[in-house]
Design a binder for this molecule. Structure first.
Ligand code: PMV
Length: 314
């Protein structure tokens, strides 16, 4: 039997970094996905993807960084069911890695769902918990927002302490992603913001307050599909992210370049490179893409309703 899970990537419409420090964030799943197929093997652990091809004898081998989150997740599931055999996992992803589109969270969610699926039914609540445990092996301070959106899908308001609420809108949000082609380390960027907070306590607290207000406005703008207001909040959020030091020259230039033709643009995810998202009318997309330096990769995305799904195949 094969258990096949599919999880969406994500963007952050507002609140990245601030959410780690107790404010909220608004996230949205996107129409790019990770598919993971799991099947039992008599022995050995085999994990294959576009970026790794690993065979280990057992789950005590913790030496290969790239698969550490998956080993953590598999171990927890095997222990729960007292299973001591092997497993083969094939990961196929169309989400670019390390640029703020939720690639690692979507992988953790899909691995948790597909491996659990081999043993029976699993709730989304359990999938999120397993995925977060996996993610913590590479990024200890995760707010849990990314794994939550990749599991439940749609648009959510997330709070580290109180969990998430769905934001109900049926409208499609058309966004252009511009990948600055520099990968970031979420862990390092979050540590950089912690230092900023430590050195600039008053400034950081003020920005947290402003961010909370912005999130409230953004939530209403999303429900009312008010693109002008969504764009305004995105612009404001970008300015707050710039002030805490997670933008850079390339991103600042790109933001300046796209503002005239869009409703607004901002970093998605940790920043310090990665992608920006641009809220733009479809008819203006080509004009913008043609004006962007060809070293950067541009592509269109939409919000996606469906979170993680699991199917079995005999
Ligand atoms: O860059 P990503 O996709 O890993 O997003 C990180 C978002 C942060 O708010 C910076 C961290 C977090 O855990 O919420």
């Amino acid at each position: 039997m094969k258990s096949i899970a599919s999880a969406p990537g994500k963007i952050i419409l507002a609140g990245e970094h601030f959410v780690v420090h107790g404010t909220k964030s608004i996230l949205c799943s996107i129409n790019m996905r990770v598919n993971v197929t799991a099947e039992f093997m008599s022995k050995k652990i085999i994990i294959t993807s576009d970026i790794c091809n690993v065979i280990i004898d057992d789950l005590s081998d913790n030496t290969i960084n790239i698969i550490r989150p998956f080993i953590c997740i598999i171990k927890k599931i095997f222990n729960k069911y007292n299973y001591v055999g092997g497993i083969k996992i094939i990961i196929k992803s169309d989400i670019p890695v390390g640029v703020g589109l939720g690639s690692s969270s979507a992988c953790c969610v899909a691995v948790a769902a597909s491996v659990s699926g081999l043993f029976g039914k699993i709730t989304k609540k359990c999938i999120v918990e397993l995925a977060k445990e996996g993610e913590k092996t590479i990024f200890e301070n995760t707010s849990g927002a990314d794994c939550t959106i990749c599991t439940y899908g749609g648009i959510i308001e997330y709070d580290k302490k109180f969990g998430f609420k769905k934001i109900n809108t049926n409208k499609k949000i058309n966004l252009l992603v511009i990948n600055s082609m520099t990968r970031h380390s979420t862990d390092l960027t979050v540590k950089k913001v912690m230092k900023f907070k430590h050195d600039n306590k008053k400034h950081f607290d003020l920005l947290c307050k402003k961010e909370l207000l912005l999130i409230k406005k953004l939530k209403h703008s999303l429900i009312n599909n008010n693109l002008n207001s969504i764009g305004t909040q995105m612009k404001k959020n970008q300015e707050y992210l710039r002030q805490i030091g997670v933008s850079n020259k390339t991103i600042d230039n790109l933001i300046r370049q796209v503002n005239y033709i869009s409703y607004g643009a901002k970093i998605t995810g940790a920043g310090d490179g990665g992608c920006i998202i641009v809220l733009i009318d479809k008819q203006n997309e080509d004009k913008l893409i043609n004006s962007i330096n060809e070293n950067y990769k541009c592509f269109q995305i939409e919000n996606e309703r469906h979170g993680v799904t699991v199917n079995k195949q005999n």
